[in-house]
Design a protein around this ligand. Structure first.
Ligand code: KG4
Ligand code: ZN
Length: 377
């Protein structure tokens, strides 16, 4: 059966500010998809963009163009050329993301695919365009307890999947590996975007999510006690509404107004001189708690309403330990499985693109091979 055959996938991800390539061996078909990661390289551009306080599309494009061939050589440098030809599928992110950045990956993947096809007509490698959000969604197949996932793949559905990244906040109901329905999404800022913007208000560097997390957790700054997440009772937007949409712009603004009213400062370049470290940490912790409360509450309400057997968490913000912990604890209490992959596969990477590429290849699903900035699920 061709679908169960072991295949080698070369995956390319350039949707934002990470240039990532991966070589993954996939097998098992849709009934039992297994992955062996042969190579995984992520080259982050955050240091370059940090200077501008956010991602600059044309800078990202320039860096991807420079990095892609370098990483490609690194992956194959120890291999003889004939091994390179054994790639069965080239999977590339086509969207959503920054179009100039996406194009670099798409064009690179096309070149590699053409070279492989010319050199080995027999193998007929496939070129598969992948939705970045499906990459995040399927990252639960890389969870630490993935053997449990695979053994129980027929009984883990229906599942509720929460995707939380810099550009998206989406709640889905999955009936099977290939059938899902969107329940809701953010009406304004994505939760990662809110983390980044609040971090900026607090004078923290880009990307702000990990900085907020560090500050909220770091008791060293604060002496003996850890940051107080109850220090300020920031609003939990839409938490009681009976839909599955989110809104994080109001929460972000609440932090801004708090800083303005209390410290007479808005984008607080000089925040460190105005507010004591402990207070900044308390504000960060209170914001983080408000955001997590909304995410967890709505996810678990969906799990109850739809009788979910599992909850899956993915996207860059899923690397936040407090969110992972809170969702895992309430899932356990509700006797629902909780799946999340190791942190390195939550933030953008190409392994998740190989995984989604495999599922798509098995379904023979065609997607346009051009950059689609606004592609949705
Ligand atoms: O999935 P991702 O790498 O890129 C997009 O597809 O957007 O997500 C990046 C987002 C950024 O907003 C970043 O601040 C956030 O994920 N993030 C975090 C953490 N690590 C990354 N947010 C909160 N806590 C973290 N530890
Ligand atoms: Zn992402």
């Amino acid at each position: 059966m061709s679908s169960v055959r072991k295949i080698k996938i070369l995956a390319v991800e350039t949707s934002c500010d990470e240039t990532a390539l991966a070589l993954v061996e996939a097998s098992g078909g849709l009934k039992s998809p297994k992955f062996e990661i042969l190579k995984n390289v992520v080259s982050s551009q955050t240091k370059i963009h940090a200077h501008w306080g956010g991602v600059v599309p044309n800078l990202a494009k320039r860096e991807h163009i420079k990095n892609l061939p370098m990483i490609f050589r690194k992956i194959f440098e120890s291999k003889v050329k004939s091994q390179r030809l054994k790639v069965d599928v080239v999977a590339v992110t086509v969207g959503p993301g920054l179009e100039p950045a996406l194009w670099t990956g798409v064009n690179f993947a096309k070149e590699i695919h053409e070279e492989l096809t010319t050199k080995n007509q027999k193998l007929k490698p496939k070129l598969v365009g992948v939705n970045h959000l499906e990459g995040h969604l399927y990252s639960f197949l890389l969870a630490k307890d993935r053997s449990y996932v695979l053994k129980n793949i027929r009984t883990i559905f229906p599942a509720i999947a929460l995707i939380v990244s810099g550009g998206h906040t989406i709640l889905l109901k999955m009936d099977s590996l290939t059938k899902w329905k969107k329940l809701g999404e953010t009406r304004d800022d994505a939760v990662g975007e809110a983390f980044d913007k609040v971090a900026r208000m607090l004078g923290l560097p880009y990307p702000g999510g990990p900085e907020i997390e560090k500050l909220a957790a770091r008791s060293a700054v604060l002496g003996k006690r850890s940051a107080s997440e109850d220090y300020i009772n920031f609003p939990r937007p839409m938490i009681d509404q009976k839909n599955y949409d989110f809104s994080f712009s109001g929460l972000k603004t609440a932090v801004l107004y708090y800083l303005r009213d209390k410290y007479r400062s808005d984008v607080l370049k000089n925040v460190r001189t105005k507010i004591k470290q402990k207070k900044i940490a308390d504000i960060a912790a209170s914001f983080q708690k408000a955001a997590i409360d909304v995410l967890v509450s709505k996810t678990m309400r969906a799990a109850r309403e739809f009788g979910a057997r599992s909850v899956m968490l993915s996207g860059g913000v899923a690397s936040n330990s407090a969110l992972r912990k809170q969702l895992s604890v309430v899932s356990r209490k509700s006797s629902v499985n909780f799946f999340v992959c190791p942190k390195k596969f939550n933030t953008d990477n190409a392994v998740m693109i190989a995984v989604a590429g495999y599922i798509q290849y098995l379904q023979n699903k065609k997607r346009l091979l051009r950059a689609q900035g606004n592609l949705n699920l």
